[in-house]
Design a protein around this ligand. Structure first.
Ligand SMILES: [Zn+2]
Length: 223
């Protein structure tokens, strides 16, 4: 049996949870466990702290279940078969500056709930920032912010876009490139393309340096 002590010691439960007549289940019951991906730590094991019955003393997967992640102990709710907060695709590379990390997390959250336009806007913001960090002037010759195409070209010139990523550039360079007065829908696939590209740029711009500068890794000879 999995040891649950710290999981329940740190909870305060509603009095009626222990009232006579309330259906209880035990940690040994399969109902007490749920395999869901934790949106915070990507853990896959959740404890079902409470669950809605189907009217016949059986837990219904269509109802509400209140979960707690075994790894990070944060909470989640399953409602009508959908988990909140939603899982976030991709990962956060090491070594990101705080501002980039915050925007990338927000982009991942947007992708998790299907907010594709917002996700792409945030990814483009990150790509602009990385380009400027890598020498792209924040203002062009017309005293305007550089265009997205200029930013991507600069990432290429700075060597952050590797040869193998070039076909990707073609796929993503026009996604969300509409003028401010236009509204163009962005498909999930397009948003995932832009995000995959952005993640790769973040790895090349920050994570490799962070790994190289990690003294422990250097000591162990881990690249
Ligand atoms: Zn977790």
């Amino acid at each position: 049996m999995q040891y649950l002590g710290p999981m329940v010691e740190s909870l305060r439960l509603l009095g009626t949870v222990h009232a006579p007549g309330v259906v209880q289940y035990e940690v040994t019951d399969s109902d007490a466990w749920d395999e869901q991906v934790c949106s915070y730590c990507n853990g896959r094991q959740m404890v079902v702290v409470a669950a809605q019955l189907d009217g016949n003393y059986k837990i219904t997967l269509e109802g509400t279940r209140w979960l707690r992640c075994v790894s990070c102990r944060r909470g989640a709710v399953v409602e009508g078969g959908v988990v909140y907060p939603a899982g976030k695709p991709f990962r956060t590379p090491l070594g990101l500056p705080a501002a980039d990390a915050a925007i990338w997390e927000e982009a991942r959250s947007c992708l998790g709930v299907g907010a594709t336009v917002a996700a792409v806007m945030l990814c483009r913001k990150i790509l602009f920032h990385v380009a400027v960090e890598n020498g792209l002037p924040a203002k062009n010759e017309k005293d305007r912010a550089p265009s997205y195409a200029q930013a991507v070209r600069h990432l290429q010139d700075a060597g952050l876009v590797t040869k193998r990523m070039l076909p990707w550039v073609d796929r993503i360079k026009d996604v969300g490139n509409d003028a401010n007065h236009e509204v163009t829908p962005i498909s999930v696939d397009q948003a995932l393309d832009v995000a995959a590209f952005t993640e790769q740029i973040l790895v090349l711009a920050y994570e490799l340096d962070a790994l190289m500068n990690d003294p422990q890794r250097a000591e162990n000879g881990v690249p």
